[in-house]
Write a protein that binds this ligand. Structure first.
Ligand code: AMP
Length: 201
């Protein structure tokens, strides 16, 4: 099964990607994490785009994704979270792999901004927390790996605004490129998971 999860910032596609990949034995591939974890020369170039809330150049994303899908954990399939984000990327991806379904996780911009303003992420493993709905057991520390929690530069209001604009203009159109189904991402996490499971049955 090869799926893509599409949704604006704060829609919970990372959270759902993690839950459902575990359930189905698929690899969860977050393009944001792949980019943030890039090493060496690549890292410096990538960070300039990420910190401004801009999309990273396509050649870098395709390079990283092509390398990643060769890993053993991708044998049963995968869930792409945050890739592709443009029609251009979707067309390049068509040359590498055939996607079975796109799941659109839909929320309003207002809710996305609210969720991201309260988001804290682990420096070590990327696990997301929320200052209101998902607090860590020990303040400032990740429950999973003990890593330090921080607020991402691109979760600050100016960068979020730009990321949402890019989402509506560049990413939403890719839904027509795929066999896509929409779920309401404004619900509780478990209810969103249930809706996605109904679609995948
Ligand atoms: P995310 O963690 O998915 O919110 O992504 C964080 C940032 O990584 C985005 O704002 C972009 O700068 C970059 N990024 C993530 N996915 C892509 C992509 N498919 N194409 C280009 N840049 C991306």
């Amino acid at each position: 099964m090869k799926l893509i999860f599409v949704g604006p910032q704060g829609s919970g596609k990372g959270t759902q990607g993690k839950i459902l990949s575990k359930k189905f034995g698929l690899a969860h591939i977050s393009m944001g994490d792949l980019l943030r974890n890039a090493k060496g020369e690549r890292k410096e170039k990538i960070n300039q785009f990420i910190n401004q809330g801009e999309l990273v150049p396509i050649d870098l994303t395709i390079e990283l994704i092509s390398e990643r899908i060769k890993d053993k954990d991708c044998e049963n399939g995968f869930i792409f979270d945050g890739f592709p984000r443009t029609i251009e990327q979707a067309k390049e991806l068509d040359k590498i792999v055939k996607i079975d379904k796109a799941i659109e996780i839909s929320i309003t911009d207002e809710l996305g901004v609210k969720r991201l303003a309260n988001r804290w992420s682990c420096k070590g493993c990327g696990e997301p927390y929320n200052a209101i709905t998902k607090k860590p057991d020990v303040e400032g520390k990740c429950n999973k790996c003990g890593g330090e929690l921080y607020q991402r530069e691109d979760d600050k209001p100016e960068a979020i605004k730009k990321r949402l604009e890019i989402y509506h203009k560049e990413t939403e159109p890719i839904l027509k490129h795929y066999d896509s189904v929409k779920v309401d991402g404004g619900q509780e996490i478990d209810d969103v998971t249930k809706d996605i499971l109904k679609i995948l049955k």
